[in-house]
Design a protein around this ligand. Structure first.
Ligand code: ZN
Length: 135
């Protein structure tokens, strides 16, 4: 049996509430949702995370995220959406098959505006820019 739960979902060994599927991408409802319609979008091919993923596959996944966001806006009347992607253990990734969360938001949902709760760091932006900018 494949050790990766998302690969098992792709192989239909593990059940999932699929909402989208094409040749390369699959989307299914998170079985422990933050909000109604919380969806995971994955490439069917196993990639651990963005660090080992090719750009074409990433583009296919994000295109499906966009399709579903537009669909959910129309069908669920959601007024906001959080797109979440975690990479690596230091990035708090827990399932090591690349996935993007679509977390529908509404005005009166129970979710904490989490991004506002993250403490900011003081950095020298010029030195960071110098280090990160392409040569
Ligand atoms: Zn996998």
């Amino acid at each position: 049996m494949d050790p990766c739960v998302f690969c098992r979902i792709v192989q239909r060994v593990e059940p999932a509430f699929t909402v989208y599927e094409d040749k390369h991408v699959m989307a299914f409802l998170d079985n422990n949702p933050f909000s109604v319609g919380h969806t995971l979008v994955i490439p069917k091919r196993h990639f651990i995370n963005m660090f080992d993923m090719d750009e074409d596959t990433l583009c296919e996944v994000i295109a499906v995220v966009h399709t579903l966001v537009k669909r959910y806006e129309k069908k669920m009347g959601m007024s906001g959406v959080d797109i979440l992607n975690l990479n690596g253990s230091d990035g708090q990734q827990t399932v090591y098959h690349f996935h993007m969360h679509i977390i529908p938001r509404t005005k009166d949902d129970h979710l904490v505006p989490w991004i506002e709760t993250i403490p900011r760091v003081k950095v020298d932006l010029r030195s960071v820019q110098t280090r990160l900018k392409e040569d």
